[in-house]
Design a binder for this molecule. Structure first.
Ligand code: F6P
Length: 548
């Protein structure tokens, strides 16, 4: 069954939020804290090793009450049930959205077209386990009888970003296999990767849900050609030992020449950007071992259970999604920053950009009508403390409000407490600084103490004032483990879902990427053959300059 459509702006809660915003926008966070000693406790959720403190947001109890009313009025409860039950909520593609089934328990039963999909999911998991254990242990060998040392994941978008991010984030848990990711159709990316590789000991995993993606097929074809170079003394039959594939498109894989035993299926009810839990995560299981891959899935399942069962007022994905709606639609902010205080999460924003922006970058509602309110937010970020020395100036003293999510960990992985204390001090200090800012009075006292002349102080003071009142949410997680990473990713997946429900849009299609793909094919023709006159003058000029 379809989701129940509601234009959020027509709800009572929305109207009230609009009025409430007019009052609340005038309050400084400092005053909100001063007037309520219980504020931090009231606006903190603790769950499965996650502390989510959202008290440093520009909200009060009334805001949360109204946002929760909004969730009710857009039928969020009903939508969550349909999402987990496998209803066809991706209506424009006629599909269920069941990445949550990939981490469901073996005893669960989830029906698609009347068939329980759990047994098939578990049989593919078993295949992943067997395959990855053979590669890691060295019992599976290359064409000259040597064990594999390197793995190349060939895929793009969801077939690259998820596995690449998780492999990077779980580096600490990695085995001896060296992982490489080739995604861009840029040949230089391919050749730079190949230049370090020995074909005798390299396994190539071609990942493409559709197996029709230009980038992935071009890169896989180039790599196959390289593998079959006469200098390596390889033959077509060796492909079976060195190439594996993950896809829904068995026919196209067969055409490419990959042996059946190395083919890992996926299903059309798994969206590309939510697919790392499926066989798309083969590279993850190769890098950190199947058991860790399984722990990642278990962590995601823990967040799924929380999302399904917790009251909305204590529900991490629901609350964080509603806060984002509050800023996006009432404060009219354009972007949100995600700042992890661990270098391991340096690919996290890039990964979330696809999840969040491909899902919710929509301007037509679920009835096909143009929308007159804001939807998908722009997401960006880099790890702290590096980002403090890069773009934090703008967050602190720029003209824009940029709500930021700070993600930190109680424990470091190598256990150097001195470093970890410094890192965490920065993590905490930044959110405090963003909240309080620095008043002119404070600046004057500081400059006076330095013995500056009063005229110099007057001149300099305005530049040293920080307005503060900048919203942040703090996620403090016990430790970066496969489980906690699984929970963290699932949190954002559900946040995306909630926002899509509130905005009354379809979050699980991505028609917006089609036009560029079509035009790239037309332009490729212009490049390879003769330039058609059917372009604007700028495009014609660039084409001609390129071909000259
Ligand atoms: O860019 C659009 C997109 O369809 C993404 O949604 C997807 O993750 C990516 O291309 C790759 O698609 P495939 O896995 O089918 O090669």
């Amino acid at each position: 069954m379809a989701l129940l459509n509601t234009n959020p702006t027509t709800t009572k809660a929305w109207q009230k939020l609009a009025g409430h915003y007019k009052t609340l926008k005038n309050y400084h966070l400092k005053d909100l804290f001063a007037s309520d000693k219980e504020r931090a406790n009231k606006f903190t959720i603790q769950e499965n090793g996650f502390i989510v403190d959202y008290s440093k947001n520009r909200i009060n109890e009334e805001t949360i009450k109204l946002l929760l009313n909004l969730a009710d009025e857009v039928h969020l409860k009903d939508a969550i049930k349909k999402y987990f039950d496998g209803d066809i909520i991706n209506e424009t593609e006629g599909r269920a959205v069941l990445h949550t089934a990939l981490r469901a328990k073996e005893s669960d039963s989830i029906l698609v077209d009347g068939v329980n999909i759990i047994p098939e999911i578990y049989s593919v998991k078993q295949k992943i386990r067997t395959f990855t254990e053979a590669v890691i242990s060295g019992s599976k060998k290359g064409y000259t009888g040597k064990a594999f040392t390197d793995v190349v994941n060939i895929g793009i978008g969801g077939s690259d970003l998820g596995p690449a991010m998780v492999v990077e984030t779980l580096k600490f848990y990695k085995n001896q296999l060296k992982m490489h990711f080739v995604s861009n159709v840029d040949g230089d990316h391919v050749y730079e990767t190949l230049k370090e590789l020995n074909p005798e000991t390299t396994l190539f995993v071609v990942v493409s849900k559709t197996f029709t993606t230009q980038e992935t097929l071009s890169n896989a074809t180039t790599i196959k050609k390289w593998f079959l170079s006469p200098e390596f003394k390889t033959s077509e039959t060796d492909i079976a030992k060195h190439f594996a594939a993950v896809s829904t498109n068995a026919e196209k894989i067969a055409e490419f020449g990959i042996a059946k035993e190395n083919v890992f299926p996926m299903w059309d009810w798994v969206g590309g950007r939510f697919s790392l839990w499926s066989a798309v995560g083969l590279s993850i299981a190769l890098a950190v071992g199947y058991d860790n891959f399984d722990k990642l899935l278990k962590g995601a399942n823990t967040m799924d259970e929380h999302f399904k069962s917790a009251d909305f007022s204590d529900n991490i994905p629901v609350i964080t999604a509603l806060l984002s709606v509050w800023y996006n639609n009432f404060f009219e902010v354009e972007t949100e920053a995600i700042i992890p205080y661990t270098q391991y999460l340096n690919r996290f924003s890039a990964y979330l950009q696809q999840g969040i922006m491909e899902s919710n970058g929509k301007s037509v509602d679920r009835d096909g009508n143009a929308i007159d309110y804001q939807t998908g937010t722009v997401i960006w970020g880099e790890p702290g403390t590096n980002s403090q020395h890069a773009f934090f100036q703008l967050i602190h003293q720029g003209t824009k409000i940029i709500p930021a999510e700070f993600i930190g960990f109680k424990e470091s992985l190598y256990g150097d407490q001195d470093h970890h204390n410094k890192l965490t001090a920065n993590f905490i200090a930044q959110t405090e600084a963003l909240l309080n800012g620095k008043t002119k009075e404070e600046v004057l006292i500081e400059l006076n103490a330095k013995g500056m002349s009063s005229s110099a102080i007057e001149k300099l003071a305005p530049f040293k004032v920080f307005e503060g009142n900048k919203p942040t949410t703090t996620l403090l997680i016990n430790k970066l483990t496969p489980e906690s990473l699984g929970s963290l990713i699932a949190l954002y997946e559900h946040k995306i879902f909630v926002q899509g429900v509130v905005w009354n849009i379809f979050s699980y299609d991505q028609w917006g990427v089609e036009l560029g793909k079509q035009l790239a094919n037309t332009i490729l023709n212009d490049i390879n053959a003769s330039i058609s006159p059917n372009h604007d003058s700028s495009t014609l000029n660039i084409l001609e300059a390129f071909k000259k």
